[in-house]
Design a binder for this molecule. Structure first.
Ligand code: 0XW
Ligand code: MG
Length: 373
């Protein structure tokens, strides 16, 4: 089997009106992200999908323009290769451009979708098989007043969500502390709370917030911007430390595990370069008993299905949840099978082999760019 053609599409995923105030991160608000969706077509006509959607500069260095520019170099480099030979695809991409993991992830995910379709297997099984019947997820509570945050947290728990991520940062820390306490007051037994500033606090602010919230059962996700800052605050925090944006690649993650810096990870498939490296990180985290999430910055059913496929292979004890942006934009590429949150858990698409999606031909309109052998 050989890759014959690669088609690139631009897909807008605007925040749904009624959720407009529901998605903000420290220092930035998500409005109308553009997703990069690719169709990787084999010589027998089989189509594999990949996707990356960079929500805001807050969460990663790549943006959709840089992803598209990197794909213009990477797509020609993998034409003619066998998508089942993921190592050769990776080698060809790495020989073409250094870094650019978000663009490489788009093609890597498409190759996993193709592999599943060629082998007539779901990606979740190629990744080792599901370890959870109901796949855990988590829901973001955007930055707002203490009353807004508490009301959203209360509503989400009533809807069955048992993992919440409260966004913080980008404002005076006493406002963050007030919102954290307000959410803590409505936490139900068994609900897991992470406070995520997406690198927003200084080391002093992180320590001060942890002190001010000492009695609250929560974790602090990427409270500061760099690994050095995280190491500086680690011994002063009263809460477990979860690393997200600084967990940039397998060697870094291995260092954070072996040194005891990370009590958990928030991991984005696109930042790591796709399901292939994410699978290796998953195996490390499971072996080291460090919980992780299976996330991405934003995106539609394709990257959502990849997150859920990987997330389903975690054991519940080491899953921090597979995250979807679907609740905020409410767009499906496959209305019937696209992943969604039901009763607090996320569904695993089962519309067929590969990622389990049945995306109608022509669904994305005319491609922005096409690469052929
Ligand atoms: C909640 N996420 C997975 C999606 C947002 O883009 C940010 C990210 C996070 O946890 O940082
Ligand atoms: Mg995070």
């Amino acid at each position: 089997m050989e890759i014959e053609e690669i088609r690139l599409y631009r897909v807008e995923l605007p925040v749904a009106d009624k959720a407009k105030s529901a998605y903000s991160m420290s220092g930035s608000t998500v409005a109308t992200p553009n997703s990069v969706v690719v169709e990787v077509v084999c010589d027998d006509g089989t189509v594999g999908y990949g996707e990356a959607c960079m929500a805001t500069p807050q969460a990663q260095s790549a943006q959709d323009g840089t992803v598209r520019a990197a794909l213009a170099m990477l797509a020609p480099a993998i034409l003619g290769l066998d998508p089942l030979r993921l190592g050769q695809v990776r080698a060809a991409m790495d020989a073409t451009v250094d870094g650019q993991q978000e663009a490489k992830a788009v093609l890597d995910v498409a190759c996993w979708d193709l592999a599943g379709k060629i082998l007539d297997q779901p990606v979740v099984d190629l990744l080792g098989g599901r370890r959870m019947d109901d796949v855990t997820t988590y829901h973001v509570v955007g930055i707002g007043t203490p009353e807004e945050a508490a009301a959203t947290a209360d509503r989400l728990q009533a809807e069955g969500l048992s993992r919440l991520q409260l966004k913080a940062g980008g404002r005076p820390v006493h406002e963050d502390v007030a919102a954290i306490h307000a959410v803590a007051d409505v936490l139900r037994p068994g609900t897991d709370l992470a406070v995520d500033t997406n690198r927003g606090w200084s080391t002093g602010e992180a320590i001060a917030v942890s002190e001010a919230c000492a009695g609250i059962p929560m974790s602090m996700e990427q409270p500061c911007a760099t690994e050095q800052e995280l190491r500086a605050v680690k011994g002063h925090l009263r809460h477990p430390l979860v690393v997200d944006e600084s967990a940039s690649d397998l060697p870094t993650i291995a260092r954070m595990v072996s040194s005891g810096l990370a009590d958990g990870f928030g991991l984005k498939i696109s930042r790591l370069g796709g399901l292939t490296p994410m699978r290796a990180v998953r195996d490390l985290c499971m072996a080291a008993r460090v919980p992780m999430s299976a996330d991405d910055a934003w995106g539609g059913d394709v990257i959502g299905a990849a997150c859920v496929a990987l997330g389903a292979t975690l054991t519940p004890r080491f899953s921090r949840g597979a995250w979807l942006s679907h609740p905020y934009h409410q767009v499906h590429y496959d209305e019937a099978n696209g992943p969604r949150i039901v009763n607090g858990y996320v569904t695993l698409p089962d519309g067929g082999p590969g990622l389990g999606l049945q995306i109608p031909d022509g669904h994305f309109g005319e491609p922005e760019a096409t690469y052929r052998r």
